[in-house]
Structure formats: structure tokens, C-alpha cells
Design a protein around this ligand. Sequence first.
Ligand SMILES: Nc1nc2c(c(=O)[nH]1)N[C@H]1C(S)=C(S)[C@@H](COP(=O)(O)O)O[C@H]1N2
Ligand SMILES: [Mo]
Length: 421
Amino acid sequence: MSDTHLKNASRRQFLSGAAAVGAGTLAGGAAHAAGDPLIMETQDFAAGLGVGVDETPYGLPIQFEGDVVRRNVEWLTADTISSINFTPIHALDGTITPQGCAFERHHSGAIEMSKDEYRLMIHGLVDEPLIFTYEDLERFPRVTRTFFLECAANTGMEWAGAQLNGAQFTHGMIHNMEYTGVTLRTLLEESGIKPEGKWVYVEGHDASSNGRSIPLEKALDDCMIAFKANGEALRMEHGYPVRLVVPGWEGNMWVKWLRRIEVVENAVESREETSKYTDVLENGIARKWTWVMDAKSVITSPSPQSPIKHGKGPLVITGLAWSGRGAITRVDVSIDGGMSWQEARLAAPGQDMALSRFYLDIDWDGSEMLLQSRAMDSEGYVQPTKTELREVRGLNSIYHNNCIQTWHVKTNGEAENVEVS
Ligand SMILES: Nc1nc2c(c(=O)[nH]1)N[C@H]1C(S)=C(S)[C@@H](COP(=O)(O)O)O[C@H]1N2
Ligand SMILES: [Mo]
């Protein structure tokens, strides 16, 4: 960072002061840099030649970033075949999730299938049942779009109280990738839909099959048959070679290793849409067909896994916001547990059903903070507090917890997951 990029004088003075501490000198000015051997002396890493280009045909992150990895919550994942892990959102920035650390959720483990073995069938209430090879799919007109995928169970452990200490664990069942593929509409038009056809039933090649019913209207609107993510082939764990993309809707519907699309008259009422992915309200009645992921946000840093290490002064507060109903239009941040709010800066204008990155630059006075973020979307919907959500949904829910999250930042910069009422 050069000084010309630093807008205010206090920030500039603070940063030169920090350099002075690092170099072990006291006075201000250019002498600070002169005293720092890391800039004044040749280091071991530059004393000889580096690593040649042919030694890493497919690169991995540098060893110093070895902490930026998926993690499990042990009591949730006794069995890693039918399980879930979490994206290290506390350590990422921007909006794209690299596939290598994007959370995974499998009901019967990830399967290894080649493109040659791959087949996709469209049948049921269609004019002509069709079977596509992978190569067939590549010959239809292609689209590329970025969307978030959030598991409906994201934040599900937090209903009863503040449980998990880290944004990775409370909010890490999410990723955001740029998908390339063909629209589901293109393939459905290829086979033709009979007038009685009102739903599609989609399932995967894996043993669980993860079957879900999707209303035809959504199938024809914006669903994608994706074969690339972030420019490269889908990783095995995300459904290689082909997965369904259902923008803005719960992750469970994004069938991986997509095998079959059956056009049907009525919803199938499969396991995944009856005993699972429904929420029992206080009166005992279950909410179902809760497909859309409502607007939500979380501060990723500072947070329990990303404490403030530099003491008081300039502090970048950052996080993620998203809505399954449209684009994020505004994010507010509170440092006092929701008593007062400041509008954060969006890194880019919100995109429909994709993650937005927000920043708020403050001058931290070193006192305790109750950090919160609150998202608003293009429908005018405002992310609710936990109390508001509980009033409507009770305490029996697991899925669709989109309430405002609070981190208690202490004077030493450490942060903890708490609730405010
Ligand atoms: N075939 C198949 N598709 C599946 C699943 C599965 O187990 N099998 N899990 C679903 C669930 S519950 C979620 S949240 C997302 C997770 O996608 P990811 O593993 O790419 O993060 O995939 C969905 N699609
Ligand atoms: Mo899920």
C-alpha cells in the first residue's frame, strides 16, 4: 500500500508509526524504513533462484496459507461420508469461492465418474425422451453466470443460542462460483414439454440420488446445467462432470452428478422435501416449499477466527451479503449491538443471487464492540434480528436461519459469538 492511497492524515501517521515499532526505532519519517532489515537486507528467499515453471503443473496455495481450508464441526460430522464441511469465509476476501476450499455436502459421499461414463436423461411428460452425453451438452448454446449456493441448514445450529465460535462454522455452508453450462430451458425445449407437465423431478447418479421437485416455472426461468465452475471443470466434490444450478434457492436442490430430469404433473414429495428441508413451527405445523434463501449477511473479519491483531486505530470491517430474491442493495454495520448503524461500502453493485462483499473503514478506539451487519435486497427486504425471527418461527427450526449475527470484540481484539436481545 503506498501513501498516496491512504486518504486521511491520521491513518497515514498511524501506519508509519506501526512501521517504526516493527523496525524497533522510535522517531517518525524515512528513518523507520532504513532500520528495517526485511526491506534493507537481502533475504534468503531472494538469495538464489526460485522454483522453475514446470515444477507445479497445477498450482496449490503457498504453504503460508495452509490455514485457509475447509473444516468440520466434530459433533456434526461423526461420519464424513454423509456429512458437511465449511468454507473458510473468515479468511477469504472478494466474492468468488475457490473450489478447493468451497464447502461440501454429500448424503452418500462424492462419486468419481468420467465424462465418457456420464449420461443425462430427460423423460416423463415430454414430447421426446432424450439421453445426453457430456459431449452433447457442450454443443448447446452456452451461458456463464455467478451465483451463491447456500445450504438451507447454514446457521441452523444457532437457533437456540450462540453456539459455534467462528464465521466459518456459523455461516460457512455457502460458496459463490462463476458457472458455465447450458440453461435447463434449452434442454427442456429440446425434448418438448407436454401441457400436463408442471414440475421437474431431478436426481443425481450417487447412491443417495438426492431427488428434488422443482416447479416448471423456475426450471424454465434461470436454472443451469453447469459443467464448469470458476473457469475449470467442476471438482468431484461439487458434482463432476455436471451439476444443476438453481439460483437463489436452497443448496439441496442443486443436484450434483445430475442423472435424470423427469417432467411430472405433481411434486414427488421425496425424502429431501418432506422429512428434511421443512421446519416445524411452534403450533406443530411444518413449513414446506421454503425454497428461496432470504437476504442475509455476516461480518467475516473481525470475527472469532480473524481477531484484530494490530490494536486500535484504522480497522477494516468486512463481510458478505446475499439474497435469493435479487441483488443486495445496501448493508449496514453496527459496532454497538444494533443501537446505531452505519452504511457499509459495497465492493461492487449487487448482482442477482450472488455474494456481495462489503467494507466499513473505521478508526477503532480500542473499546469493546458488538459487531453486526444487516443486509437489504432489491425487494426492499431487511435481514431480521434473531428475536424477530424467533417470534415468527419459534425454536424448532433448523433451516433458513437468516438472522443478524453478533460478534463481541474485546479490548484485546479477540472476538466471540454472542447474542444480544
Ligand atoms: N446428488 C447429490 N446432489 C446434492 C447433494 C447430494 O448429497 N447428492 N447434496 C445437496 C446439498 S444438501 C447441498 S447443500 C449442496 C452442496 O453442494 P456442494 O457440495 O457443492 O457445496 O448439494 C446438494 N446436491
Ligand atoms: Mo444442504
